[in-house]
Design a protein around this ligand. Structure first.
Ligand SMILES: *[C@@H]1O[C@H](CO)[C@@H](O)[C@H](O)[C@H]1NC(C)=O
Ligand SMILES: *[C@@H]1O[C@H](CO)[C@@H](O)[C@H](O)[C@H]1NC(C)=O
Ligand SMILES: *[C@@H]1O[C@H](CO)[C@@H](O)[C@H](O)[C@H]1NC(C)=O
Ligand SMILES: *[C@@H]1O[C@H](CO)[C@@H](O)[C@H](O)[C@H]1NC(C)=O
Ligand SMILES: *[C@@H]1O[C@H](CO)[C@@H](O)[C@H](O)[C@H]1NC(C)=O
Ligand SMILES: *[C@@H]1O[C@H](CO)[C@@H](O)[C@H](O)[C@H]1NC(C)=O
Ligand SMILES: *[C@@H]1O[C@H](CO)[C@@H](O)[C@H](O)[C@H]1NC(C)=O
Ligand SMILES: *[C@@H]1O[C@H](CO)[C@@H](O)[C@H](O)[C@H]1NC(C)=O
Ligand SMILES: *[C@@H]1O[C@H](CO)[C@@H](O)[C@H](O)[C@H]1NC(C)=O
Ligand SMILES: [Ca+2]
Length: 553
């Protein structure tokens, strides 16, 4: 959806000055591209020019065909026998707009696949992805040999590449390649951007936090950046029971934002005024849907206890808060069982998703992706989290709150997060924003620090949206269709996104809907949306993580 903005493309084509006509075949010629490979772009990087491939390809958007050169090459690091591959889509010169874009991955992947480069083509940007040195673009970090060299032995070079270094090198190489291919002189400004969500959001933050002048703008969604804390564990009520609790919560909380549209735009008001225990004793009913049996029953006190425990977030046996959870009205997708055991008549414990490989591989250092929960308590979880945080503080835990170099270089960040994200808690983005505000503007009042920070870093919570995507449980919610457009306008034309442009694509309120910037919250009065300051609501997003004796940014 990021790359579906045909209007953005047409606008760009119109403003791009015609250049000396090089055909895409000339631009993509192997010996020409070879002559553009950037030596000395990054310390220690040694390009293997024999690995270069370049071929003309095209991408159709609506009635427009975009031509580009698909460039791939490998490099190693001086003194190491390693190999990292990078892949850039280099647009036809007629619509190159003096832009470079880095893209990131998701889950345990460091890139978003063979078409990741389409993200930048509508914006006239050379667009890059990396394989991180994982031996192929399709391998992920939890591949044997990548994260661990063998049972017991961590692969520190790969950890460092995945943590931040591969992205840094891809950006430096990509920027220089772009300058060489189009013959940009030192006096020509090449605008550099980053776009990614989830793990890709973490990867982007890893750059913004360390390399202040590398990107002019970064679009960072639902970042998986508080790496140690994300390893949540689920429980076992029936899927239909969870779904009924969710639907009832959405129905009860929908009107609290002032408009009945099937969207809980104010999960904070939901948290303040809705108690799921009112649902105990109401019935639920779901038809069979292979492989799941038909389910019906009465919502039990036990199921409500499970849901309330999830909503409360992880606490240790002393009742101290270790982490926070999803917002009320987020789906329980990550905690919902998918298999039923006919002989016991019980639901199996849901899959542990990324928690299992993380605990096994990065805590226990064993090459397996399955984990038994026998003997695991909330205190075990807390201890794993503290261990992960300390061991990976300088690689995977990506929450360094001092962004001074980025700010001083004039960088801009648009950070967004679905308010009903069912994977990475929405409050985790709020916590980081608050950390940056307090570290960058110590001693200022809340309002003053937030208005200062909002001049260059803005956080948008997308009403009803799920994890990096719209949400089937609240389908009438807005979602930004082309947020890179907002970022580019901010960086290149100084148009601050006071609100973020988004679109409702279903239901009675189809059309544009602006998204309020944190800490303001949306409130409807019939059809009018206001972004309001609501201290009681703001307070619900703040947590005292007292299970730690040190700061958790
Ligand atoms: C676009 O690329 C495909 C191969 O990927 C090729 O078959 C097709 O002819 C190309 N289209 C144009 C209009 O060049
Ligand atoms: C671009 O080239 C890379 C490397 O050869 C390949 O993996 C990828 O599929 C290509 N993508 C497109 C869209 O042509
Ligand atoms: C561009 O800048 C580089 C690095 O600062 C310098 O080595 C080079 O001579 C400059 N080129 C021109 C044409 O000014
Ligand atoms: C909850 O709503 C979704 C659609 O939003 C529907 O598919 C599902 O069946 C509902 N669950 C129950 C238990 O009715
Ligand atoms: C919800 O209501 C129940 C029953 O009245 C009560 O025990 C519980 O403390 C309430 N929960 C919250 C979060 O207020
Ligand atoms: C069902 O549960 C029984 C008893 O715990 C267990 O032995 C069996 O392996 C389970 N079946 C499946 C398919 O997991
Ligand atoms: C590594 O440890 C896992 C989990 O204990 C085990 O399944 C696997 O066989 C071990 N691999 C080797 C090569 O010993
Ligand atoms: C902060 O600003 C809001 C308006 O955005 C205002 O309502 C509120 O009173 C201010 N708080 C303080 C402490 O000045
Ligand atoms: C946002 O939407 C408004 C109203 O549709 C439009 O005028 C404006 O150009 C859009 N801004 C960007 C950056 O796309
Ligand atoms: Ca609503």
């Amino acid at each position: 959806m990021i790359y579906s903005s045909i209007t953005a493309l047409i606008a760009l084509v119109a403003i791009t000055a015609p250049t000396t006509a090089w055909t895409i075949d000339q631009l993509c010629d192997a010996s020409f591209i070879s002559s553009c490979l950037p030596d000395n772009a990054a310390p220690g990087v040694v390009i293997d020019s024999s690995s270069l491939t370049s071929y003309v390809a095209n991408h159709t958007m609506g009635s427009t065909i975009l031509y580009f050169c698909n460039v791939t090459f490998a490099y190693s690091h001086a003194g190491l026998n390693d190999r990292v591959q990078v892949n850039y889509f280099v647009p036809d010169e007629s619509y190159f707009a003096k832009r470079y874009l880095s893209t990131g991955g998701g889950g345990l992947a460091i890139n978003s696949g063979p078409t990741a480069g389409y993200a930048g083509l509508p914006y006239g940007a050379v667009t890059g992805r990396t394989d991180g040195g994982f031996d192929s673009f399709t391998n992920q970090y939890n591949t044997n040999g990548v994260d661990l060299l063998a049972n017991g032995t961590l692969n520190y070079e790969e950890l460092f590449l995945f943590g931040y270094q591969a992205h840094h090198e891809m950006a430096l190489l990509g920027q220089k390649l772009t300058q060489n291919v189009y013959g940009l002189g030192n006096e020509t400004k090449l605008y550099s951007y980053y776009s990614g969500c989830s793990e890709g959001g973490r990867e982007g933050w890893s750059q913004v936090q360390r390399f202040g002048d590398q990107f002019d703008g970064a679009l960072l969604g639902a970042p998986a950046f508080r790496y140690a804390q994300q390893q949540t564990i689920g429980y076992v009520p029936a899927p239909c029971e969870l779904s009924a609790i969710l639907n009832a919560t959405i129905a009860a909380c929908d009107p609290l934002d002032g408009r009945v549209d099937g969207v809980v735009s104010r999960s904070d008001l939901c948290q303040l005024s809705y108690n799921v225990s009112t649902l105990i004793g109401t019935s639920y009913n779901c038809a069979a849907e292979a492989p799941l049996p038909a389910q019906s029953g009465i919502i039990s006190a036990q199921a409500i206890e499970v849901v309330q425990t999830i909503l409360n977030g992880l606490k240790d046996s002393d009742g101290k808060q270790v982490y926070f959870s999803w917002q009320p009205a987020a789906s329980f997708a990550d905690a919902t069982p998918t298999t039923f055991n006919d002989s016991t008549g019980l639901w199996d414990i849901p899959g542990l998703l990324l928690a299992a490989p993380t605990i096994q591989r990065l805590v226990n250092l064993v090459e397996t992706n399955s984990l038994s929960l026998d003997g695991v308590t909330y205190d075990t979880l807390r201890d794993w989290i503290i261990f992960l945080m300390q061991k990976y503080y300088d690689t995977m835990q990506t929450t360094w709150p001092d962004l001074t170099p980025f700010y001083e270089a004039g960088g801009k960040v648009i950070h967004y997060h679905g308010e009903s994200d069912n994977s990475i808690p929405t409050a985790s983005s709020v916590r980081y924003y608050e950390s940056v505000a307090s570290i960058m503007y110590p001693g200022m009042s809340f309002n003053d620090s937030h208005s200062a920070l909002g001049e260059w870093y803005r956080l948008f919570l997308i009403p009803g949206a799920g994890h990096c995507a719209p949400n089937t449980f609240q389908p009438n919610g807005p979602f930004p269709q082309a947020p890179l457009t907002d970022l580019i306008s901010w960086v290149e034309k100084g148009v601050k996104p006071v609100t973020l442009n988004a679109t409702v694509t279903k239901g009675p309120y189809k059309g544009n809907q602006p998204i309020c910037a944190w800490p303001l919250r949306p409130l409807w009065n019939v059809d009018d949306l206001t972004c309001v300051y609501d201290q009681t609501s703001i307070d619900t997003w703040m947590y005292n993580l007292d299970a730690y004796k040190f700061p958790v940014y």
